[in-house]
Design a protein around this ligand. Structure first.
Ligand code: FES
Length: 157
């Protein structure tokens, strides 16, 4: 498996910052996912080997974090938090609004490959609920109108 020179440079530097290789697992998975698009079997095997881990250990960590995926997603991964603070401030309505606007349901991708949608647990933005995360961007104090403007903005990008 071959990653870019930039990935290799980041990886080489990261492993020097921690006492154990395992500590760089999550950032390494994120960098690999950004580069490949998702964490394929090949990527998982490569990272496990580099960090002296079992593939099962790597898969267990992937299954814990909603940011990580073993399946291809759309260019923009829309994650709507429907945990308690957000649900009390309208997240359920927002989630259904997104489903209707994008024409997809949980963990589905639009046919043009632009958007994927996911209902997720707390994303740590409770004080600004309801909130969603699109790739690495946080959007807070949402309303259906704000969500429309945000998604339309990504569509044009
Ligand atoms: S409950 Fe939604 S961000 Fe925490």
């Amino acid at each position: 498996m071959k990653f870019s020179a930039e990935f290799e440079q980041r990886f080489t530097e990261m492993v020097t910052h921690y006492p154990s290789k395992r500590s760089v697992l999550v950032p390494t998975l994120l960098y690999a996912q950004d580069e490949v698009g998702y964490l394929s079997d090949e990527v998982i095997a490569e990272i496990a080997q580099r960090l002296d881990l079992k593939e099962l250990d790597v898969r267990n960590v992937i299954s814990y974090y909603s940011m990580l995926t073993t399946k291809p997603r759309g260019k923009y991964n829309v994650q709507i938090c429907t945990n308690i603070a957000c649900i009390l401030r309208g997240a359920d309505e927002l989630y259904h609004h997104c489903q209707d606007k994008l024409g997809i349901r949980h963990k589905q991708t639009t046919s043009d490959g632009q958007f994927s949608l996911e209902e997720v647990e707390c994303i740590g933005a409770c004080s600004w609920a309801p909130a969603m995360q699109v790739n690495y961007d946080f959007h807070e104090n949402l309303t259906p109108e704000k969500v429309d403007a945000i998604l339309d903005g990504y569509k044009k990008a």
